[in-house]
Design a protein around this ligand. Sequence first.
Ligand code: GLV
Ligand code: MN
Length: 192
Amino acid sequence: SDSDPLQDFCVGDLKSSPSINGFPCKSGVSSSDFFFSLGGPLNTSNPNGVTVSPANVLTFPGLNTLGLSMNNVEFAPGGVNPPHSHPRASEAGIVIEGSVYVGFLTTNNTLFSKVITAGEMFVVPRGLVHFQWNVGQVKARLITAFNSQLPGAAVLPSTLFGSFPEIPNAVLTKTFRTDDKTVNNLKSKFAA
Ligand code: GLV
Ligand code: MN
């Protein structure tokens, strides 16, 4: 959903400041500007058991003005890509390996979800909260694609409990109908 390009390409010059939309075009473009490795296998030993390797305009400047980006998402057994939303893009994904419970939520809090395996794909409409969970006994891997060069991600747990500066406890205890102890515990896990 990014704006349409007005030239064949405009490889981003990341050393210049982004202007209204994207980066200025760099000069001296070569083949290597249009190729990129999504990496892997990725190390998934972290609390969520998931690691995302992004190919967006910041890592792959050849995407500048093209309205596209992709992620390689790898999961340990049981790994969870936590609930998040992309303000600037719809998402399409395909499972390459493993079996993954994929879900998104509408603005009416209806959950649409399914367990999918290699070769099966899913979509997430722009801006809606979604997550994935590796329900298999072995690693799982997804490739996702976005109609934005920089879809952005609001990751709910870290947005709410790991912001800097912090959201005041009074807001979070009231919001979640809980106490300071619970909120402080969550903040300690997601500290910025
Ligand atoms: C998965 O939801 C991703 O954003 O890559
Ligand atoms: Mn996503």
